[in-house]
Write a protein that binds this ligand. Structure first.
Ligand code: FMN
Length: 366
């Protein structure tokens, strides 16, 4: 399968560099952003989940209505919706969009954040519940007969859905970097999502996921998704100047209480963020152009590892990860819409051309 690109959908023009105060959803912005991703050839867009933010399903339906090809990845926390309802909501959106839906599972990385919506399980239990949840969704999508379910977290009788996914099922993605994430994602996921770590650490994570897939008796493996926040400019030198300006703004906004995390945030509980902060403590630049000060500045809240350079440097860095086994590359910037357009114009074509050239038959030398 060819390498594919993922972006993230934003509901309005607010960015981490220029945060608007309590911004409402901006339908015109959403349409323009979604159309830009579709026109510039992104393959997927993630609609993220946060306890305080907009509903991913209605945003996803809007993105579907304004686009033709891009696939819509709905981020889903199992505590927020009963699995039979989620199975139908996802299948409904899948039919509306002509089979363009993917679901991305979030077990929940913070007890405090989970408690806001009534979830008091610990992280081990949350992953255990997620495993049950994924099994239920697949069964709902595939069963032609009503069935009972008697699990630890969910019990129901004689459920049947008439809402079937267009392609028989909907791809399931799992994200996280803890042992439970590797185990459940390795065993059950079609796609496994990772944040951007250096090549050596990414290789370790991919090996763990593959080992868990084999341990579960799978013949196939989850496709690997790796996430970056590229800071691109015409030359490497200009990109580094832009990177330092970006970092200054992230720090200033956080100090003013306008950042994604408060100035004195506690250490994150999720292993993925802990890993990023540990790598950041070992150096600012890793491999070709992977830059970590943006991780420290945001307490590793969400994907925060930058790639800095010219389109050529960024494309070469992305291809390093493709060679390592990454199938899906998520790139989103700090200036959301403009960066998506820049990536669409300068990075996607470069990576795709380089990979296509490798596939082309070698010219005979005269
Ligand atoms: C690619 C990717 C996307 C993610 N999207 C979200 C999201 O939209 N909302 C959210 O709360 N957490 C999101 N997460 C965070 C993790 O799923 C979450 O912290 C995880 O359940 C626990 O992490 P751990 O297994 O590393 O400890 C995402 C993680 C990855 C790798």
């Amino acid at each position: 399968m060819p390498t594919e690109f993922i972006s993230v959908t934003f509901p309005n023009a607010s960015t981490e560099l220029n945060p608007l105060e309590n911004p409402a959803l901006d339908p015109q912005f959403l349409e323009r952003y979604a159309r830009s991703l579709d026109d510039y050839g992104f393959n997927y867009t993630l609609i993220p989940y946060d306890s305080a933010s907009f509903d991913p399903f209605t945003i996803g339906a809007t993105v579907a209505a304004h686009t033709k090809n891009i696939k819509i990845i709905i981020a889903l926390r199992p505590n927020t919706i009963y699995p039979t309802v989620a199975a139908k909501s996802l299948a409904t959106l899948d039919q509306l969009s002509g089979g363009r839906v993917v679901v991305h599972f979030i077990a929940g990385g913070s007890d405090e954040e989970q408690a806001k919506e009534g979830d008091f399980l610990d992280k081990r239990q949350r992953y255990e519940r997620q495993e049950e949840y994924i099994r239920i969704l697949r069964r709902v999508w595939q069963s032609s007969e009503p069935f009972d379910f008697d699990g630890r977290y969910y019990q129901f009788k004689q459920f049947h859905s008439r809402v079937r996914p267009v392609n028989g099922t909907i791809p399931v993605s799992v994200g996280g970097s803890s042992d439970d994430a590797y185990r459940i994602g390795g065993a059950l996921a079609d796609i496994f999502g990772l944040w951007g770590e250096p090549l050596a650490e990414t290789k370790q994570q991919i090996d763990r996921i593959h080992a868990e897939a084999a341990r579960a008796g799978r013949k196939d493996r989850p496709r690997i998704w790796v996430t970056f926040r590229p800071i691109v400019a015409e030359t490497d030198e200009l990109a580094w100047a832009k990177a330092h300006h970006t970092l200054d703004l992230l720090k200033e906004n956080r100090a003013k209480g306008l950042g994604k995390v408060p100035p004195a945030a506690p250490s994150p509980q999720n292993i993925g963020s802990q890993r990023l902060l540990e790598i950041a403590s070992r150096g600012d630049v890793h491999d070709r152009a992977l830059w970590y000060p943006t991780v420290t500045a945001t307490n590793a809240r969400g994907a925060s590892t930058a790639l800095v350079g010219s389109p050529r440097t960024i494309a070469d860095s992305i291809i390093d990860y493709v060679d390592l086994g990454a199938d899906l590359i998520s790139i989103r910037g700090y200036d959301n819409l403009n960066d998506a357009v820049d990536y669409g114009r300068y990075i996607l074509p470069l990576v795709r051309a380089d990979l296509a050239a490798r596939e082309a038959p070698q010219q005979a030398v005269a």
